[in-house]
Design a protein around this ligand. Structure first.
Ligand code: PLP
Length: 271
């Protein structure tokens, strides 16, 4: 008796040698949800959890060849797109993902523009091509407040004062749904807002007293959503469960070196 083929989520993201963010983190998150993922690197970063020192995008054609080889053999059940590094890589990834969109494979786009310590991970000049070519492929776009401001071309203050308008502007760029992450805001609760069609859902969890610097929370959230969509959950349920997982992973986060805390990737919730 042949066993069913495994469900394979795919991460397309930058390498982070600390293992706290990027491609390395995504694979750990996939495994936490029981899935053995595929992974295409787009950029090498020189960093530890103490900060990013160098960002080197891979040659776009090389990223394209990795995707062609992989996608010629495996049909991913969902895709997470993280750091891309430059506009040439954005174009190549968008071209490779277009056939997946037609097959209705969910694509979660985490608009990784800067690191937590303020380094550019996508040059400012390449944000327009990202918005034009990649965002329209997104089943879900997951910006935090600074990313939403940059993508919509508004101030961060406007994102918080006119959240529904800014989310509507992001949907007009072609993403099917937007999850605006409120983790950068202050207040006793961390609230994320999901807009899907005309529906708005707010997800709130108590803010944890671990300080601002936990490395890789955005990467883990988008990877967890992709894993759960790959397993067939609805977008609303995937976001809810992914948030609970990241909350538990933050609660269990620890210092590995002198830098920011790293998530507890093995955190378990509701079991
Ligand atoms: N490095 C890589 C490769 C990433 O993909 C990301 C975030 O998405 C980061 C660094 C930034 O992580 P943090 O915001 O925790 O600095």
């Amino acid at each position: 008796m042949s066993r069913p083929r495994p469900i394979v989520p795919l991460s397309i993201a930058g390498s982070d040698p600390s293992g706290g963010a990027g491609l390395q983190a995504d694979l750990k998150v996939f495994l936490r949800f029981g899935l053995s993922g595929a992974a295409v690197p787009t950029a090498i970063t020189v960093q530890s959890a103490a900060g990013v020192r160098e960002v080197v995008p891979l040659e776009a054609a090389l990223v394209g060849r990795q995707l062609a080889a992989l996608l010629g053999d495996v049909r991913p059940a969902a895709v997470k797109v993280g750091m891309l590094g430059d506009g040439a890589v954005v174009r190549v990834v968008a071209r490779a993902l277009l056939p997946l969109l037609r097959k209705r494979i969910p694509i979660v786009v985490d608009p990784v523009l800067t690191s937590g310590d303020g380094r550019r991970l996508l040059p400012r000049k390449d944000v327009a091509v990202f918005v034009r070519q990649l965002v329209p492929l997104a089943t879900l776009l997951t910006p935090n407040v600074p990313e939403a401001a940059e993508l919509a071309g508004v101030s961060e203050a406007r994102v918080t004062s006119h959240t529904p308008d800014v989310i509507a502007a992001l949907l007009r760029t072609g993403a099917k749904a937007v999850l605006l992450k409120g983790g950068h805001l202050s207040g006793p609760e961390a609230t994320d807002v999901l807009r899907l069609g005309e529906e708005m859902v707010a997800y709130s969890l108590p803010r944890l007293p671990v300080g601002r610097r936990v490395h890789g929370t955005g990467c883990a959230l988008s990877a967890a959503i992709a894993a759960l969509l790959a397993k067939g959950l609805s977008l609303e349920d995937a976001v809810q469960q992914a948030k609970e997982y990241v909350h538990a992973a933050i609660a269990g986060s620890r210092h590995v070196g002198r830098g920011a805390r790293l998530l507890d990737f093995q955190a378990r919730v509701g079991e």
